[in-house]
Write a protein that binds this ligand. Structure first.
Ligand code: ADP
Length: 283
């Protein structure tokens, strides 16, 4: 290679670095990181404020532990007005199992509104749009619901989100309930399944960064035989586990529900109890 062409190639390399960010920029970005409250203060505390925007969080647990309840709660809480300390955003709910109950979403929205009126009344007095916004029906109108009946539909919907998110810039959370259901039912080629799901997760991670939104993937658990005994582990195995930034496991401790941070690049492993009440997820 001649000196000139070597220089040109270096110049090209330098050009490619134009998009680089310094660690200092990253730190300030992280300090401005937005969160969506779960409704449970103790859980928010171990999460550093709630579910992180710009990241993919996987939530796993046995049936009945409260994954869907948490998903619906987040689709409601993302709408808490900025005046009350929330994001004032909208939600996309991708339902692969038919678990989303609109009556329950209405009840959770009522619970959220009644808490806002109790706890942030002082902030609401200068907020003229408050009476229209703080209605359960307005909360339901801001949840875009997609019912998915096959894995092909799931792939097509995730691809379609690219266009949808361009039109709906207020969306601040995408909940997929659950990511695994159809892939576990109908997909025989395991290597291909891993590749397709990995691609889907990368796409969701890109949406999270581009639109500063939170992606929450609900996942089922399965049993794994390790060293002579059965252990609960998240569905789809270890390859999939790299596809998410954070992982929270919901589990029973006697009759009490707990959440455990199983994986996070920035949070320490910690546990918090939570309740499911008529109003939704609470302390
Ligand atoms: P998963 O998605 O993990 O299978 P769900 O999110 O569907 O579980 O949680 C179902 C559980 O949520 C129910 O077993 C019940 O304990 C609780 N739950 C649902 N609705 C209410 C309610 N209105 N009041 C109190 N608890 C509720």
């Amino acid at each position: 290679m001649s000196e000139t062409s070597r220089f040109r190639s270096l110049e090209g390399g330098h050009g490619a670095l134009k998009g680089a960010q310094t660690a200092w920029d990253m730190l300030s970005e992280e300090q401005m990181q937005k969160h969506i409250t779960t409704g449970c203060e103790e859980l928010d505390a171990i999460l550093g404020g709630g579910i992180h925007c710009k990241e993919v969080t996987e939530v796993g647990g046995v049936p009945g532990i409260g994954k869907t309840q948490l998903g619906i709660q987040l689709a409601v809480n993302v709408q808490i007005p900025v005046e009350c300390g929330g994001l004032g955003g909208k939600a996309i709910y991708i339902d692969t199992e038919g678990s989303f109950m609109v009556e329950r979403a209405h009840q959770i929205a009522e619970g959220c509104i009644s808490d806002l009126l109790d706890n942030t009344a002082h902030r609401l007095k200068d907020f003229p749009a408050c009476p229209e916004i703080l209605q359960p029906n307005s909360f339901l109108a801001n949840i875009f619901y997609f019912r998915i009946c096959s894995y092909t539909e799931q792939i097509a919907t995730i691809n379609y989100l690219e266009k949808f998110l361009e039109e709906q810039k207020d969306v601040k959370i995408i909940v997929v309930d659950s990511i695994t259901f159809h892939f576990r039912q109908d997909f025989d080629d395991l290597a291909l399944r891993t590749r397709v799901l990995g691609g889907m997760s990368l796409k969701l991670m890109r949406f999270a960064k581009k639109y500063s939104l939170a992606v929450v993937l609900l996942n089922q658990v399965t049993t794994k035989f390790v060293e002579g005994s059965f252990h609960l582990t998240l569905a789809l195995g270890d390859t999939w586990s790299h596809a998410c930034t954070n992982r929270i496991i919901l589990y029973w401790n006697g009759n009490d529900r707990h959440a455990y941070i199983d994986k996070s690049p920035s949070l320490r492993s910690a546990t918090a109890p939570f309740l499911i009440t008529g109003k939704g997820i609470r302390n």
